[in-house]
Ligand binder design. Sequence first.
Ligand code: NAD
Ligand code: ZN
Length: 352
Amino acid sequence: TMSTDSRNYAVLLTKKDDLQIVEIPMPEPAHGEVQLQTKATGICGSDVHMWKHGQIGIFEVKNPVILGHESMGVVTKLGEGIKTLKVGDRVAIEPGIPCSACEQCLGGRYNLCPELVFKSTPPYHGVLANYITHPERWLYKLPDTISDAEAALLEPLSVAIAAVERAPARPAHSLLICGAGPIGLLVLAVSRARGVGPILITDMQPSRLAVARQLGADHVFQIDPTHSDVATAQEIRRVLGEAPEVSLECTGIESSFRTAIRATRDGGCCCLVGVGKNDQTLPVNDFAMREVDIKGLFRYHHTWPKAIRLLQTGKLDVKGLVTHQFDFKDALKAFEVAADYSKGSIKVQIVS
Ligand code: NAD
Ligand code: ZN
């Protein structure tokens, strides 16, 4: 049996396909850090991918790693030198800790810091443990109006804000979103709040497209994998009524990236948000000779305050994306449900 009062358990990926709940030492906060009891943690597609494949993008699981990076909690202990937080404060966790001194950090794009410690990306442990420590600088005090479940959505919401700003998708401009997983759906919600539109979103899962409709997509489009990228792009343009000025690819699947490139308007922008195979075959002349800008996205910078404000002001209501919550002791079951989203799960969370 597990008590979360005095003992500390973590969800550890020991190697590909082997996820375990293990007891770990209670962490002591260093100077500038606090100890937190985590309260809600979302399971990300990348956590599932690392579990099933032992790698994600360019990162490989070589040593056992604790998963999880979409989290919030309550401050339980202060290290030396803490200025803004006290025991009992509810906080959201920004899981990437940059050096704050290099050229990228000083330039503001601290997501590109070569020394970035991103919790849950090998070799760094994640936050799926009852108790963790984290620097005060990368914690954000939460207003009471934001629930634990919503606060654990701030990390994927940050990805969505960064994606919309990076393209950028502008008010009254047309947008194609490929993939209606948590990231694609949050991109949809943020774009709507910003007045972007018309918006067309694709997926293969009817249940996820139904959620996209509820979130206000102008058009939902079910992908037929037997159709070519050229034919699919033509269909998307026809349904949308025009070629999208911006496409945000949120699946990482090669055929979807190819479709997004082909659908994007001449002179538009196609941004790759999804993480897929390291080497992909793309229709290069199609984007080069139509001056479609291809961009990449690597997480976010400066998004937590904006994401908190969007939720706090009611500009964004994304609570409905949390379809399942499991107690910490049932964490492995939570991973099973997150991995099999054909049964209707969107965001699965582990709560304490
Ligand atoms: P997810 O796997 O839950 O969602 C992907 C969706 O794409 C699914 O609903 C799936 O049915 C759909 N899909 C699959 N093939 C498709 C196709 N050919 N056409 C249209 N839809 C298709 O994942 P998620 O949590 O929503 O994350 C989406 C992607 O974003 C993942 O690749 C993830 O790794 C990536 N990601 C990137 C960043 C970044 O910084 N760039 C950050 C977080 C997540
Ligand atoms: Zn740096």
